[in-house]
Design a protein around this ligand. Structure first.
Ligand SMILES: Nc1ncnc2c1ncn2[C@@H]1O[C@H](COP(=O)(O)OP(=O)(O)OP(=O)(O)O)[C@@H](O)[C@H]1O
Ligand SMILES: [Mg+2]
Length: 413
């Protein structure tokens, strides 16, 4: 090893105790691993790769170039082209290929990868997650052959273990957060359903009594009764919101093709928006299907449209509703497959920091007539199917609410 064994041990201890690992920040940890491993092993290139698309592609998460001290990513590789390499990775704690271009475990990589980059020796360690091969950490010697020592091989294997540990930590933290969120929403849903039920009965009694008074009384009584009935109706509207919120607990999940869905939702969305604001609906450019309760998704999007209406001014307000395959994902969803991003954007008043930090709480509202349940409904619809909601908003700059839903195969025609 170009550095001492003590330095290698120190490096491993620092990584395992560091914030990146304990907080499950896999991206940051991977960059630390590549940089550290390049220094400790004295190699020119180190990289971390992960399987994507059900194991079909091997995607570079980070490539560190020791010469230029820079991080970048290498082009994706087709996993099926390297069966012997992956079989060797599955079997061994580490692949230590001194002459990588002729070693049976790594020779498949010669023409597309090793020869063009003049990589002579490879020290590759598997990354395991949930009992499966998840990726690989590569240490590459460029231009010169390296006779890897047992200590170097052990160090490389630990780098694979550290990344595996980070993946495990992230999965555990995400599961914990999802459980807490589900428990919170469940408790709120039950509470809301209970309140709605009892409140509805009381309102019906009030309304019935007021109607009788109105029928029996003279004109002066009737004028007193009208506001009573109006208040009771507003109460019933609140009950409906509560019931909506509580109902998000029992979804009827189906495959929803978003192109057709958005197009059919457009007239209702336009009604909610009214004639003084412009609605632009952009269906996804390619077929995009998600698994979700269509009624709940409709409710969620209509809530977002209603929020956009409240936030925008008449005659200048523009509200856009669109869907497309998500390019980048919020951290909590990364590594969990492909997602569709359904968006509602407006050019309205936007939100300040205080509002942004509280919008996820049920009952939080800045509007006189609001209940503060709209965004909570949207949130529970998304998390209920393993998705997430991201709100981007600046004061005076409008608002974009992105609902991420897991992509699924479209229904058979
Ligand atoms: N598009 C938006 N632009 C600006 N602020 C928004 C937007 N959407 C939501 N907000 C802010 O978030 C708060 C919470 O929204 P939410 O939909 O949960 O409740 P609400 O609209 O106030 O009431 P409800 O939807 O129950 O009638 C709003 O009161 C508002 O301050
Ligand atoms: Mg609302």
């Amino acid at each position: 090893m170009s550095s001492s064994v003590a330095m290698a041990s120190r490096a491993i201890v620092d990584l395992t105790r560091g914030a990146a690992l304990t907080s499950g920040d896999v991206g940051a940890l991977v960059r630390q691993v590549t940089e550290l491993a390049a220094t400790v092993l004295g190699v020119q290139r180190t990289s971390v790769w992960r399987f994507e698309g059900q194991g079909r592609a091997l995607r570079c998460a980070d490539l560190y170039d020791a010469g230029s001290r820079s991080h970048r990513v290498a082009p994706e590789l087709v996993a099926a082209d390297y069966p012997l390499y992956f079989a060797a990775l599955r079997d061994a704690r580490v692949i230590a290929a001194v002459d990588a271009q002729s070693d049976p475990a790594t020779a498949e990589l010669t023409a597309p990868y090793l020869a063009p980059l003049d990589i002579r020796s490879l020290l590759d360690a598997p990354i395991w997650h949930d009992g499966g091969l998840e990726g690989v950490v590569c240490h590459e010697s460029v231009g010169a052959r390296r006779d890897w020592t047992a200590a170097e091989a052990a160090f490389a294997a630990s780098m694979g273990d550290v990344v595996s540990l980070a993946l495990q930590t992230r999965a555990r933290l995400t599961a914990q957060a999802a459980l807490q969120e589900a428990t919170r929403l469940d408790a709120e849903g039950r509470f809301a359903a209970g309140v709605a039920h009892d409140f509805s009965n009381i309102l019906q009694a009030v309304r019935a009594r007021a109607e009788i008074m109105g029928l029996r009384g003279d004109a002066s009584v009737a004028s007193q009764v009208a506001p009573l009935l109006h208040a009771a109706d507003r109460g019933q509207a609140l009950v409906r919101r509560l019931t909506d919120y509580a109902r998000t607990r029992e979804p009827q999940v189906a495959v929803v093709e978003l192109g057709a869905f958005l197009t059919s939702l457009a007239p209702l969305a336009a009604d909610v928006l009214g004639t003084k604001r412009r609605l632009v609906v952009t269906p996804p450019p390619a077929p995009c299907a998600v698994r979700v309760d269509p009624l709940l998704l409709e409710r969620a999007l209509i809530n977002l449209i209603a929020n956009a209406r409240a936030a925008t001014a008449a005659d200048v307000g523009v509200v856009e509703m669109s869907a497309e395959l998500a390019g980048s994902l919020p951290r909590a969803l990364r590594g969990r497959g492909d997602f569709v991003r359904v968006e509602v954007r407006d050019n309205g008043v936007g939100m300040n920091e205080e509002t942004r930090s509280q919008i996820r709480d049920a009952w939080y509202t800045t509007r006189g007539g609001g209940t503060g349940l709209g965004l909570a409904i949207v949130q529970s619809v998304a998390t209920g199917v393993g998705g997430a909601v991201v709100v981007d908003s600046e004061l005076g700059e409008g608002t974009r609410v992105s609902v991420f839903l897991p992509l699924t195969e479209p229904p058979a025609p």
